[in-house]
Write a protein that binds this ligand. Structure first.
Ligand code: SAM
Length: 285
């Protein structure tokens, strides 16, 4: 019976693909999950009854979500998967598929009430998709994503570590991240060259920092652009037209209780926000 197809079984996947004339598109990051323990663990991390899944593949995670949630909306770019998903999701009346590119669709039309967004993300666009969703201000209460392990480490990194960078600051600006579990490369078909990890971001319901986000992230990105150097150099270069000199940055760092010779990797997001306030106060007086 169709409803009993085991979608983590490589023979079943090959058979489905052959019957429907489907081939993997590497550029779309099509590595499908074949480890049966992963989808239930991802579904167990949901925080909302309405779920948005990005990238259904053959529907292996979608089916698990359909059991755990009231409503699942899937966004899938590859229409070549239509015949397969019609078959594999025929048993899931609470699943709706929207065909399109998650980076181009108007998500405000799709996400109209609180949701969890969940995905085994394509590697090529994982960071871009995560940051775009965080910045969107849509009612997303959690984001549960599988990404390359290295990328997960960067997202969850704390100040003072090698992985800590502007992406780590962005994550903690918008959310509380938590790495849930690792997933080995052998859990996918075809197997990628790297291991993965599932990370959950609990997004803040209210804006936590009172800053102009464009200016704030200009400051953060400039500070990390020469991460081995004292941040007063790149930051003063970035804001030179606003009259911010190296000395201005150094004294602003001092005012926030930091060493004036600090490098970007030594500042937490709270400290970046304090530095921003001191620098902006100087500009407006
Ligand atoms: N969820 C399935 C699984 O775990 O086996 C598939 C995961 S696979 C890593 C990524 C999926 O995202 C593919 O089905 C791919 O076609 C889809 N995809 C890639 N880029 C996309 C985009 N920009 N918008 C929507 N879906 C995308």
């Amino acid at each position: 019976m169709k409803s009993e197809l085991i979608l983590t079984n490589p023979t079943v996947i090959k058979n489905l693909m052959e019957r429907h004339g489907f081939t993997f598109t590497k550029s779309l990051g099509q590595n499908f999950l074949i480890n049966p323990s992963v989808c239930p663990r991802m579904a167990a991390a949901l925080t909302s009854k309405t779920v948005i899944e990005i990238g259904a593949g053959i529907g292996v995670l979608t089916r698990e979500l359909a059991k755990a949630a009231e409503k699942v909306i899937v966004i899938e770019i590859d229409e070549g998967l239509k015949p397969i998903l019609t078959e594999t999701l025929s048993v899931c009346p609470n699943v709706e598929i929207i065909w399109g590119d998650v980076l181009k669709l108007d998500l405000a039309e799709i996400i109209t009430s609180p949701v969890s967004v969940i995905a085994n993300l394509p590697y090529y666009a994982a960071t871009h998709i995560i940051i775009q969703l965080m910045e969107s201000k849509l009612p997303i209460n959690s984001l549960i994503v599988m990404v390359q392990e290295e990328v997960a480490q960067r997202f969850a990194a704390l100040p003072g570590t090698k992985q800590y960078g502007s992406v780590s600051v962005a994550t903690r600006f918008y959310s509380q991240p938590k790495t849930l579990f690792k997933v080995s490369r052998g859990s996918f078909m075809p197997a990628p060259k790297v291991d993965s990890a599932v990370i959950r971001f609990d997004l803040f319901a209210e804006k936590k920092y009172d800053v102009d986000e464009n200016l704030f992230f200009r400051l953060v990105k400039a500070a990390f652009s020469e991460r081995r150097k004292q941040m007063c150099n790149p930051v003063s270069k970035e804001f030179s037209e606003s009259g911010i000199s190296k000395e201005t940055v150094k004294s602003a760092l001092e005012e926030t209780g930091k060493n004036p010779l600090s490098r970007a990797e030594e500042l937490s997001v709270d400290e970046f926000a304090e530095l921003y306030s001191v620098l902006m106060k100087g500009l407006s007086t």
